[in-house]
Each structure stands twice: as structure tokens, then as C-alpha cells.
Design a protein around this ligand. Structure first.
Ligand code: NAD
Length: 730
């Protein structure tokens, strides 16, 4: 099997075409590199070849590197294996860049152009960056960029060094540090690629350029005499500002917990001080260092490999396709309106019902608002907006649900109202229709009692705001059947979000873990821990929001409501009295969080956070002696992580991959760690037990080591080692 084919025409133009068999998208493999290397050698050596076009037979150029290559290099030779492997890739790309020219006179090379029909990501852009020119077909759907940082690594096949030398550190920063992707036109405007052409003209234009190319067109600025980095190198006054600024920005955004961002900056800084080939070597060393850090492996596993496996239906029951054609949404409030929008946007017909026509119309207007914003930003066309809106029917009439194959209920969180709605929906829909509730706290099995067909009753739990949050938690009630699970999974795939499937228990999975995090933060305030220490400890361990900010955002009265309901359900076993004292006092004082411009934080009149409210110290005096940072962090992390382990022990979670992916996408659990189970694997079960035992002694039984974790510590196991299903896929 070949990944690349070569054809040479009568004018001496060799076209190397990338077309990996059996895949819809090209990905670079070890064998692919070897083949490409051979074809480059052959074409450079062939006197009949005047120049080379590198293109793809697919609608896109390439999606990136097969991440198993990296795993292979690491397994084969550890750090040395990775470094040698990466240097091997550099040699191939550098050969393309020099194209046989004399290194002194810079003459005698053959022009090599990359012609991109569509998307070009990761190595799919690093390879073109080594060519002498990059042209792309005008294809608004194409994405061009270097997204490596999103999975905890950075562009390590010369992309970092070449882009910085091409654009300057400042201009390259969003593409490298944030993994920003561009359309071909945007990539051209940014200077990443050289030309955008009509798709029909792509190869003709490539050939025209090759035939007209002069020796000087083949010399990269950094290989030319007197090269100066755009924007200045680190010791140039302007460059100095950029590097100091970039360093500060990265630290403020990442709190120093992402090894890839730091290593990337180091590679850029150190690389800027030395000649190009040395810079590549420095890039390879930092890249190796990042890959040897367990964080990068865990991030790749959760955010790339396992996320994709879940999206492709890793846990989908074997039932025929259940794609949704017509969706009913009951309750056009914040959640219902969002669900209607993402569904209509994905091409699904939506009937949006509320008790009053105005409320239904307001729900539909939410889509209009979001689409208008898209039009303003140039992301949505007027036609697309009209199409999406035309798919949403806002009404109070349940008869409009006829023909719906899925109905999602998002009415008030009240079992009585939900039961009424269930009965009304079932009366108005066909016998095969699946009914889903978006409840965030009510057990699915209880709500399903209102249903005449409980096997077709399921939980589909969205997070707010629906259009932004990528996780959807699917909850299987006791009676829920496989077809309902398949329906929910197919629906989530249609709206391009990531699903996890969990069993029914109080707060399901995400809320079960996030509530103890918030409560632990509040409990510390009650104990006299400096609130700012609580918040900073959380941020410094990679949580996007401290617990106090988080409860301000979700609202303190919601916290009060949940606390009261939980206490009512648990009776004497309820453990969070100290937390409630703080929560209820704030609620009584009208400090309900961000929405009232007052909570744990103080806000200005425009709703901007000004800092922690100084009144906190009056109510809950700060203790003279403060815990150290690590202890606060252990409390905040273990509060969440132990709940994840208990959810696994209790069979609420059935797959640790879902536990990890769900934690990062659902509530932003320290993404650098790869998720709660990956974090435990990084520190090791033995160390985790030690931390839990110490916390139990000092802070109580909520930190009791779960039996599973203790067993793993005794046996020296890891979660990903023990749970083979996940291991096989990772
Ligand atoms: P909301 O108050 O914004 O909206 C509820 C809507 O349902 C209102 O428009 C109301 O008029 C309508 N409604 C009430 N009774 C109805 C009936 N009998 N028939 C038709 N419409 C009726 O509430 P929300 O925040 O959108 O929450 C809705 C559901 O989603 C709740 O079960 C909530 O627990 C759950 N949820 C909320 C969030 C969140 O962050 N807000 C997150 C996940 C799940």
C-alpha cells in the first residue's frame, strides 16, 4: 500500500500526490515519511524533473500526524528515540527546503510547491512550510493551522521554527500558542500561505509557478544572507518587548501548568538566537522534553484519542442508525433555546414548545441573536441564517410534535411539571419517539415513572451555555433501553458534541464531582482560610475558575436550592452544614453571585469582577495561621477526583475514558492532567492513598480512600493499566 504516488508530465513537472488508502483524511505515518523521502530523493535526482508539486488526491491536504508515531518512537528509545525520530523528520523537510541547491551559491535547486485543496493541519502545514511556496484552493470550509498546543504538545516538525521566522514571534503567537486555525483567505492575510486560487485552477497555477520560478524564489529568507527576524529577535528592542510580553501572557493564561506552552516559548526564544539548523535542533530537544512529560501523553490520550473514540460511538449499543430527523424541544428557556439552536444549526427540523407563545418566540429569537452575531463576524452567511431559522417552529401546540423521533424536555426543574409534560408529549408523538429529559438533578428512573414507555425514556444533560459547552452527559435510567441510548448518541454526533454515557445516580457524573469542589472552597472560607489563597490555589493547579468564582457564576441561590434538596434527601447523613452556613448567609444578604453583581466577589456597575468581597473577612475572619498552597490544592483536587473514583466504583461511570474526557469538557478539570483518572495515574495510586489518608486524618471522612484506590496502590496498578478497555484504545 502506498500513501504517495508520483507522476511526471511532458514538461518535467513531477506531481507527488498524497492519498492514504482507506482513510477520508491523509495522516502522516512512519511509512508515509519513508515513502515521501524516497520520492523526494528520486525527483531531485532525476534530470528530467524541473520542479515538484506536492498535493493531495483528497478534498483536504492532511489532518496531521498519526500520534502513534510518537508513541512508537517513545517506546522504542525513550527520550533518545523521540529526539532521533524528530531529527529524522527535520532532515526530510530540510531536504525539501534546500531542494538540491548549492548551500554556498544557493543555486541549482528545484522549485517545490505545496498545493492544498483543503484542510491542512499539523504536519499537514509543517510540510508545506518547508516548501518554497504554498497555494491553497479557495475553500471556506478548509482549516489551516497548527493545533498541536490544544492536545498538550507543540509543532515539532519545524512548524514552530519556520512560522516564527516567517511571521515574527508576535504575529506567529496566536497560531502557535493558541492553535488558532484559519480559512485559506485568512491564512493568506496572515502571511502563512502565499496564494489562494480557484479550486479548478489549483494544479494549473502550481505548475505555472514552478515553470516560472527563479533561483531566488527558492531561497527561504532564513537561508539568505542578512536575514532578520520580522519584529526583531530577543535582543532587538522591539523583539525584547515581544518576548517579555509573550512570556507574561503565557503564564497568565496557563499559570505555568502546561509544559507545552513553556517549552514552545523556550524553543522560540532560544531558536531565535541561533542559525536555522541549530534552531531546529533546539525545537527537537524541547519537543522531546514535552513528550517525556506525562502531562502531554495524558492530554493526547484524553483530548484527542479518547475524545474522538467517544464521538465515534465507542460505547454505542449495536442498534441501527438512529439519526434524528425531527426534534421536539419542550421549554424554550435558557437550555431549551440553546438546544433548539445547536440542533437547527446541524440541519435538524426543530419544534420548540413553551407554555406561552411569547416564551416560545423568545426561545427562537435566541437562535436569531446567535446567528446575527455569526453574520457580523463573517462566520455565517445570510442564507445559512435564514435556513437555520426556517428549521425552528416556535409554538404552544403539542400537535406540532407529530413526526418527531426525539423530544428533549427542558422545562422547570419540578418533577410534577416534568411528569405532565411527559404524558402530553407521549400522547402527541408516535410510538417510536424517544423522550429525553435535560434535568440536572432529578433521578432519571424516578422521572421515567411518568412515562408509558420507560425503555424509551433517557437523560440528555446539556451544559450551559449550550452552544459553547462541548460535553453532553447521557444518562441511562434503570429501564432505559439500548435504542434510546443509541438515539441520544446519534443526536450528540449530529450536533458535533462529545458524549459520555453514565448510569443514573444523584447528580449523575459531572455535577457529582463539581459540587464537592465548590463546597470544599466554601468550607475553607468558613474555616478561615484566606479566600484569595483558595482561588489562586485552584487556578495554579489548572482549574479555569476558582470554586468561589464558579459558584458566583452559577449563582448562589442555585447552590442554596441544591443544598436544601440534597439535605432533604440525605437526612442526618448530610455532611455540608458548614458550607451551607456561608452559602445561606450570602443568599440572605442578597449576594446571589454575578447575576446580582454581588457574591463572593465584588463587581462594578457593569458586572466586571473587582476582586473578592472584603466583607467576607468580617463574617468569616481569616485565621492567623494559613495552610500551605499544596494542601489547599490537594483538598480541592481530591474533592473532585475521589467523587470520580466513587462514581466508577458505584458503576455510575463504566469507562474511565468517559470520566476523564467528561471532566475536562464538562467542568474544565485541570486539562493538563488529562482528567481525574489520568491525574491519579500521574501521581501514582500509592501517593494518592498517602494524600487521602493524611487529609482524612486532618479534615474528615469525606477524604476516605476508596477501596479501589487502596487496592490499586497495594498492587502497584494504574487506572489505564487496570481498565483494559480504555487501555486497548489509548
Ligand atoms: P428556564 O427557566 O430558563 O426555562 C424553562 C422554560 O420552560 C421556561 O421558558 C418556561 O416557560 C418553560 N416551561 C415551564 N413549564 C412548562 C410547561 N409545562 N410546558 C412548556 N414549557 C414550560 O430553565 P433552564 O435553565 O432552561 O432549565 C431547564 C431545565 O434544564 C431544568 O430541568 C434544569 O434543571 C435543566 N438544566 C439547566 C442547566 C442550567 O445551567 N441552567 C444546565 C443543565 C440542565
Amino acid at each position: 500500500m502506498t500513501d504517495f504516488t508520483l507522476s511526471t508530465d511532458a514538461d518535467g513537472i513531477a506531481t507527488i500526490t498524497w492519498d492514504v488508502a482507506g482513510k477520508s483524511m491523509n495522516v502522516m505515518s512512519t511509512a508515509g515519511f519513508a515513502e515521501l523521502d524516497g520520492l523526494i530523493d528520486a525527483t531531485l535526482a532525476d534530470p528530467a524533473v524541473k520542479g515538484i508539486i506536492l498535493t493531495s488526491a483528497k478534498k483536504d491536504f492532511a489532518g496531521g500526524m498519526d500520534l502513534n508515531i510518537i508513541a512508537g518512537m517513545k517506546n522504542a528509545g525513550g527520550a533518545g528515540g523521540i529526539f532521533d525520530g524528530v531529527m529524522g523528520i527535520h532532515r526530510i523537510l530540510r531536504k525539501i527546503e534546500r531542494a538540491g541547491m548549492d548551500p554556498k551559491t544557493l543555486k541549482g535547486g528545484k522549485p517545490i510547491i505545496a498545493a492544498l485543496p483543503g484542510t491542512a493541519l499539523g504536519i499537514g502545514l509543517e510540510l508545506p512550510l518547508a516548501c518554497h511556496r504554498i497555494i491553497a484552493a479557495e475553500n471556506p470550509k478548509a482549516k489551516i493551522g497548527l493545533p498541536e498546543i490544544m492536545v498538550g504538545i507543540f509543532p515539532g516538525a519545524g512548524g514552530t521554527t519556520r512560522l516564527v521566522r516567517k511571521l515574527g514571534a508576535m504575529m506567529a503567537a496566536p497560531f502557535l500558542l493558541e492553535g488558532k486555525l484559519s480559512s485559506p483567505k485568512e491564512a493568506k492575510a496572515a502571511g502563512i500561505i502565499d496564494e489562494v486560487v480557484d479550486p479548478d485552477q489549483l494544479l494549473a497555477r502550481a505548475k505555472e509557478w514552478v515553470l516560472a520560478a527563479k533561483p531566488a524564489d527558492l531561497v527561504k529568507p532564513w537561508d539568505d544572507k542578512g536575514y532578520k527576524m520580522p519584529g526583531g529577535n530577543p535582543y532587538h528592542p522591539a523583539g525584547y518587548m515581544t518576548f517579555v510580553g509573550a512570556s507574561a501572557m503565557v503564564h497568565s493564561k496557563t499559570m505555568g501548568v502546561y509544559p507545552a506552552a513553556k517549552a514552545l516559548l523556550s524553543a522560540v526564544y532560544e531558536g531565535a538566537l541561533v542559525p536555522f539548523d541549530v534552531a531546529l535542533k533546539i525545537e527537537a530537544r524541547w519537543f522531546t522534553q514535552v513528550l517525556m512529560n506525562p502531562s502531554s501523553g495524558a492530554m493526547i490520550r484524553s483530548l484527542f484519542i479518547n475524545k474522538e473514540a467517544l464521538e465515534k460511538g465507542a460505547n454505542r449499543p449495536a442498534v441501527a442508525d438512529q439519526s434524528v430527523k425531527r426534534l421536539g424541544v419542550i421549554g424554550a428557556g435558557m437550555m431549551g433555546a440553546g438546544i433548539a439552536y445547536v440542533s437547527a444549526n446541524a440541519g435538524i427540523e426543530v419544534v420548540l414548545i413553551d407554555a406561552a407563545q411569547e416564551a416560545a418566540d423568545r426561545g427562537r429569537a435566541h437562535s436569531q441573536d446567535l446567528l446575527d452575531k455569526g453574520v457580523k463576524r463573517g462566520k455565517v452567511t445570510a442564507e445559512k441564517k435564514a435556513e437555520v431559522l426556517a428549521r425552528i417552529t416556535a409554538t404552544t401546540d403539542y400537535a406540532a410534535l407529530a413526526g418527531c423521533d426525539l423530544v428533549v424536555e427542558a422545562v422547570f426543574e419540578d418533577p410534577k411539571i416534568k411528569a405532565e409534560v411527559t404524558a402530553k408529549v407521549e400522547a402527541a408523538t408516535g410510538p417510536d419517539c424517544i423522550f429525553a429529559t435535560n434535568t440536572s438533578t432529578l433521578p432519571i428512573s424516578g422521572l421515567a415513572r411518568a412515562s408509558a414507555r420507560p425503555d424509551q425514556f433517557i437523560g440528555i444533560h446539556f451544559f450551559s451555555p449550550v452552544d459553547k459547552m462541548m460535553l453532553v452527559e447521557i444518562i441511562r435510567g434503570k429501564a432505559t433501553g439500548d435504542r434510546a441510548v443509541a438515539k441520544a448518541l446519534d443526536f450528540v454526533r449530529q450536533i458535533r458534541k462529545t458524549p459520555i454515557v453514565v448510569n443514573d445516580a444523584r447528580f449523575f457524573y459531572a455535577n457529582r464531582c463539581i459540587i464537592p469542589y465548590i463546597n470544599e472552597g466554601i468550607r475553607m472560607v468558613a474555616e478561615g482560610v484566606e479566600p484569595v489563597l483558595v482561588e489562586n490555589a485552584a487556578r495554579l493547579v489548572g482549574m479555569p475558575l476558582g470554586p468561589l468564582q464558579l459558584v458566583d457564576e452559577t449563582s448562589i441561590d442555585l447552590g442554596v436550592k441544591i443544598a436544601k434538596a440534597t439535605k432533604a434527601a440525605m437526612g442526618d447523613a448530610y455532611p455540608d452544614g458548614a458550607v451551607d452556613a456561608v452559602l445561606f448567609a450570602l443568599a440572605d444578604a442578597g449576594r446571589l453571585g454575578k447575576k446580582t453583581n454581588a457574591g463572593f466577589y465584588a463587581y462594578d456597575a457593569t458586572g466586571k469582577r473587582e476582586g473578592l468581597w472584603d466583607g467576607l473577612a468580617t463574617h468569616w475572619p481569616v485565621a492567623g495561621e494559613q495552610p500551605d498552597l499544596t494542601q489547599v490544592q490537594h483538598r480541592l483536587l481530591m474533592a473532585q477526583v475521589l467523587e470520580a473514583v466513587r462514581a466508577l466504583e458505584a458503576g455510575v461511570l463504566t469507562d474511565i475514558r468517559e470520566g476523564d474526557v467528561g471532566a475536562i469538557l464538562g467542568w474544565g478539570f485541570a486539562p493538563w492532567s488529562g482528567g481525574p483518572f489520568s491525574w491519579l495515574d500521574i501521581i501514582g495510586a500509592a501517593r494518592a492513598v498517602e494524600i487521602c489518608d493524611a487529609l482524612t486524618a486532618s479534615h474528615g471522612t469525606r477524604f476516605t480512600t476508596p477501596a479501589l484506590l487502596r487496592d490499586m496502590a497495594i498492587k502497584g496498578e494504574t487506572f489505564y493499566g487496570r481498565f483494559a478497555k480504555a487501555k486497548a484504545a489509548a
